[in-house]
Design a protein around this ligand. Structure first.
Ligand SMILES: NC(=O)c1ccc[n+]([C@@H]2O[C@H](COP(=O)([O-])OP(=O)(O)OC[C@H]3O[C@@H](n4cnc5c(N)ncnc54)[C@H](OP(=O)(O)O)[C@@H]3O)[C@@H](O)[C@H]2O)c1
Length: 294
């Protein structure tokens, strides 16, 4: 049995799967979600439902959050019934959502002003990694808090890499999603041209995977494209959010990102077609459509 009382906010694709590990590993768990019904499967297995994020923080030593975007984090932390009023010395807040480095820093500041502390902890590994508890976690904040929270992090992750101060882990996460954007765009553009030239997707993937271009990412997304399977692992809406966050950070740092800016427009077009909630692999449909079909 674990004694650290954990609160988990956010029962989406990732959060619902991450939170379940706290129950199976014996942590006392409380849960909160904007749409309360989504807490039901965990409550049925022993988690305690909280009515507000504030109550969640009052019931917990550590609150872990995994929600969509900066707006959602703002609501959970800064609202009157949010986490901030319940922050106290010794309280810990672990933010695993992908948000802007600036919001991570502001959140840490207000919590630290009340004697609490925050670890920024964005994750990678997708829905399957969340399910298996094998996510890679990037942390930002003091190394002491990182070390102190390792038992909590290892409940849903396989490895945690300390990236630096608060804000720096968010930057590393956004670099990762920039790379994914380029890889997926490259794969999809290549596949559409290849098919027009009469080469099958299977042949292209076989060559890619036998060569120096290989990446497990191409197997994962290439196979989904082959099956026309748009079941969401990571939605187009959320990747566009991350592309926007990266472009904002690059703007602040006066770094041009012409490639990412162009790719974002392709993903934005997918949202325009009504495919925003589908998996990011569905972006291939935009390229197929603008090429006049497959
Ligand atoms: N999916 C992935 O592969 C993946 C991988 C790594 C990181 N991430 C990041 O992890 C986070 C969650 O991703 P996900 O795929 O789990 O997203 P998701 O399935 O869309 O779930 C989003 C969650 O955020 C909540 N939410 C949205 N707007 C809110 C608001 N204004 N106030 C309070 N709660 C709000 C939703 O509550 P409701 O149930 O009420 O809608 C839901 O619990 C995102 O930051 C994403 O970028 C995702």
């Amino acid at each position: 049995m674990q004694t650290t009382r954990v609160g988990f906010a956010g029962m989406g694709l990732m959060g619902s799967r991450m939170a379940r590990h706290f129950l199976t590993k014996g942590f006392p768990l409380s849960v909160w979600n904007r749409t309360p019904e989504r807490c039901q499967p965990l409550v049925a297995n022993g988690a305690r439902p909280a009515r507000t994020p504030r109550e969640l923080a009052e019931l917990s030593d550590v609150v872990v959050t995994c929600v969509a975007d900066p707006n959602a984090v703002g609501r959970i932390v800064f609202a009157d019934d949010g986490i901030r009023p319940a922050a106290r010395p010794g309280f810990r807040y672990v933010e695993t959502s992908t948000i802007s480095p600036g919001l991570a820093r502001r959140t840490a500041e207000v919590l630290r002003a009340q004697g609490a502390d925050m670890l920024e902890a964005p994750v990678t590994g997708s829905k399957m990694g969340a399910e298996k508890g094998t996510l890679l976690i990037m942390t930002g904040g003091s190394k002491e808090v990182h070390d102190e929270l390792m038992p909590v992090l290892m409940a849903f992750g396989a490895k945690a890499i300390h990236c630096g101060d608060i804000g720096q882990a968010s930057v590393v996460k956004l670099v990762g999603n920039t790379i994914i954007s380029f890889m997926l765009e490259g794969l999809c553009e290549g596949l559409v041209v290849g098919r027009k030239a009469g080469v099958s997707l299977e042949t292209i993937l076989e060559v890619v995977m036998a060569s120096g271009f290989a990446s497990p990412y191409f197997t994962f997304k290439g196979a989904a494209i082959g099956r026309r399977d748009w079941d969401t692992h990571f939605s187009i809406d959320l990747l566009v959010k991350d592309q926007g966050l990266m472009l904002e950070e690059a703007g602040t740092r006066r770094v041009p990102m012409p490639g990412l800016a162009a790719i974002r427009e392709v993903f934005q077009a997918a949202r325009g077609q009504g495919w925003g909630e589908e998996d990011i692999a569905a972006v291939v449909k935009v390229l197929e459509k603008s090429a006049g079909g497959t």
